[in-house]
Design a protein around this ligand. Structure first.
Ligand code: CAA
Length: 282
């Protein structure tokens, strides 16, 4: 089956980035949000990213127009009926995801492939809740989606060889450089990244250094583009806390246990860049 039309569920930070790269790669792309204001906000984010790209000389004005021309938005799941592949990037909740896939199962063709961009939930569990567990895979993008080259392709226990190969090739067709990751909490990247971020918080709580010095140390000393606290604020403290809890639940290892400070910052609403304050103020 040739993939020509792609559906994206959710037009938040990840969904809008995913829809943008699909449209920019020549796929007819339909992105669905639950309500018009969310859709407008997400579409506005895409438009701005492309305009910034034109200003920076990274995107041509023609490419911007072609991308926007390949992209449409909707609030109706039924409008995704002609899609060959659907990528879900909605709230990290199994029931909500299963509900959306349940509706789609009834409207799309039999060969349509379902993918989830979940960063933490079990792909096999999500696949098992659909009528097409063999045509289901994880497709995990990284923020900011249009700039980050990596995509993790995750096979559920039930994913067929054909689906896995098609999804992997699809990720490559987006200009990404995919890797295959196991269906285990954290996949590959978060499995290594999250304990590092949690350890940085623990070290800070134990007086290792100032936020600025720890960030500067890791940035300049190891060539990371961002120090751990800048990255925590960028990813979102709530997101990190959520992933850490899922990993700790599964592995029961202290390395994945969220430190008390992280929990308290989430409870206080200091979620990072998106809330205006995390470890730093914005
Ligand atoms: N359109 C096109 N290109 C653009 C652009 C736009 N709107 N905005 C920026 N760019 C280009 C820039 O021109 C630049 O290109 P060159 O390298 O060729 O010069 C490049 O993108 C980087 O942009 P900037 O110079 O503006 O910014 P930066 O150098 O500070 O990089 C960053 C920004 C890419 C975010 C970098 O800081 C970074 O990689 N940070 C780490 C991000 C990270 O770790 N993400 C993963 C988080 S974990 C996750 O997402 C998974 C999960 O499940 C939680």
């Amino acid at each position: 089956m040739q993939i020509k039309t792609v559906g994206v569920l959710g037009c938040g930070l990840m969904g809008s980035g995913i829809a943008q790269v699909c449209a920019a790669s020549g796929y007819k792309t339909i992105v669905r949000e639950v309500e018009d204001p969310f859709l407008k906000k997400g579409m506005g984010r895409i438009e701005k990213f492309l305009s910034d790209g034109v200003e920076k000389g990274k995107v041509t004005a023609d490419a911007k127009q072609t991308t926007l021309g390949s992209l449409s938005g909707t609030t109706k799941l039924e409008d995704l009926k002609g899609c060959d592949l659907i990528i879900e990037a909605i709230i990290e909740n199994v029931d909500e995801k299963a509900k959306a896939f349940g509706v789609l199962d009834g409207v799309v063709g039999e060969r349509t492939i379902f993918c989830s961009n979940t960063s933490s939930l079990c792909i096999t569990e999500l696949a098992a809740k659909t009528k097409r567990p063999d045509r289901f895979a994880g497709l995990h993008f990284f923020n900011p989606v249009p700039l980050m080259k990596l995509v993790e392709v995750i096979r559920a226990l039930t994913t067929s060889d054909e689906t896995y190969q098609q999804v992997f090739a699809f990720a490559q067709s987006l200009g990404k450089d995919p890797i295959t990751a196991p269906d285990k909490p954290g996949f590959i990247v978060n499995r290594l990244l999250v304990p590092y971020l949690l350890d940085a918080i623990r070290a800070y709580e134990n007086g290792l250094g100032t936020l600025e010095d720890i960030d500067k140390g890791m940035k300049l000393g190891t060539g990371y583009p961002m120090g751990p606290f800048t990255l925590l604020d960028f990813v979102g403290l709530d997101t990190t806390y959520y992933i850490a809890n899922i990993m700790f639940d599964e592995y029961r290892e202290p390395a994945y246990a969220p430190p008390p400070l992280l929990k308290r910052m989430v409870l206080a609403g200091r979620l990072g860049k998106k809330s205006g304050q995390g470890f730093y103020k914005y």
